[in-house]
Design a protein around this ligand. Structure first.
Ligand code: PBG
Length: 334
């Protein structure tokens, strides 16, 4: 297909389509909508808590009661999908509290389900890094004198976490630990527990990125030693992304996540072109913080820059965008 018109200047003048603001809008290829957004929220045990997250202005660690208020306010702005992260008070080496029926996410799910019924889509981040005292994404074992996440030993626990969240009211589970075989383990467990129609949004393509810095403050989940380089992807790779997606789809993933977004727009595009499946992109904490910080200094126009970034993520091929800008963007787009 040829994408350029035949002919030359002065017969052809691309500026004709840009001159009238209404026409310019009518030929716009990419439109952002509040329906594209998923708002991440952080919940911790307690009552009446609204603890500011310094590196993520406007975001707070919330208790279940204030979380319900926060979701109600977002729903007013038209936001319908939420990604929940739990911050337990007690952590241990294996993250047992993640699996408990009275765990923080389980409590949050029940409260939100009760309050909002089917008016919200509740997505749960499935990983252990927020629940382990060492901050790694699963149980550890020693190999060659080095402690590392034990992939296969973590799988059944991850599956158990997902089933527990499904029982508490999750609409979608989103495993984010980059474990090999995680989608297969979760799919099997959900099916056996009677949740065969509950979708999996897999963080299939997750890079070992420095852009997660503010999130780790927010979720109190920085690794206490080492890093996540043994399971998250090398930012230099792209073929590997397609391989990860192919595997997750074969294991039953329904939606594919690419993360981060901004420095990986080429990956979003490649995944979207290669597999005709819904793609989500995670506009991560560092991407949010950079814009907020520069805007606070008066160096950039926050609204224009944020909408430009969100548009670029959609234009690259993302159908859904997880973003800390969801509330602001909903307001700006109204
Ligand atoms: C893991 C998880 C992380 C993020 C989402 N899920 C942190 C990590 O991999 O270290 C980061 C999100 C962000 O930076 O906004 N549970």
């Amino acid at each position: 297909m040829t994408t350029h018109a035949a002919g030359q200047f002065p017969v052809v003048r691309p500026r004709r389509l840009r001159a009238h603001p209404l026409l310019r809008e009518m030929v716009r290829e990419t439109t952002l909508s509040v329906r594209d957004f998923i708002l991440p929220l952080f919940v911790r045990p307690g009552q009446g808590i609204r603890r500011e997250i310094p590196s993520m202005p406007g975001h707070h660690q919330l208790s279940v009661d204030t979380l319900v208020d926060e979701v109600a306010a977002a729903v007013e702005w038209g936001i319908r999908a939420f990604l929940l992260f739990g911050i337990p008070v007690h952590k241990d080496p294996v993250g047992d509290v993640a699996l408990r029926d009275d765990g923080i996410i389980q409590q949050a799910l029940r409260a939100l389900r009760k309050e909002f019924a089917d008016r919200v889509l509740l997505i749960t981040d499935e990983c252990f890094c927020e629940y382990t005292d060492h901050g790694h994404c699963g149980v550890l074992s020693e190999r060659g004198g080095r402690l590392d996440v034990d992939n296969d030993a973590t799988l059944p626990r991850l599956a158990e976490q997902c089933v527990s969240h499904a029982r508490a009211g999750a609409d979608v589970v989103a495993p984010s630990g980059m474990l090999d075989g995680m989608v297969q383990a979760i799919r099997g467990a959900l099916d056996r527990a009677g949740f065969a129609t509950l979708p999996i949004l897999s963080y299939a393509v997750k890079y070992a990125s420095a852009f997660y810095g503010p999130f780790r403050d927010a979720a109190e989940s920085p690794p206490q030693f080492g890093d996540r380089g043994s399971h998250q992807m090398d930012p230099a790779n792209t073929d590997e992304a397609l391989r990860e997606v192919a595997l997750d789809l074969a294991e039953g993933a329904d939606i594919i996540m690419v993360k981060p977004a901004l420095a990986y727009l080429d990956i979003i595009r490649r995944v979207k072109d290669h597999f005709s499946v819904p793609v989500a992109a995670y506009n991560v904490s560092g991407e949010f913080a950079m814009i907020k910080a520069a805007a606070q200094k008066g160096w950039i126009d926050e609204k224009r820059v944020a909408l430009e970034v969100l548009t670029s993520i959609k234009r690259a091929g993302a159908d859904l965008i997880v973003t800390y800008f969801a509330r602001e963007a909903a307001r700006w787009l109204r």
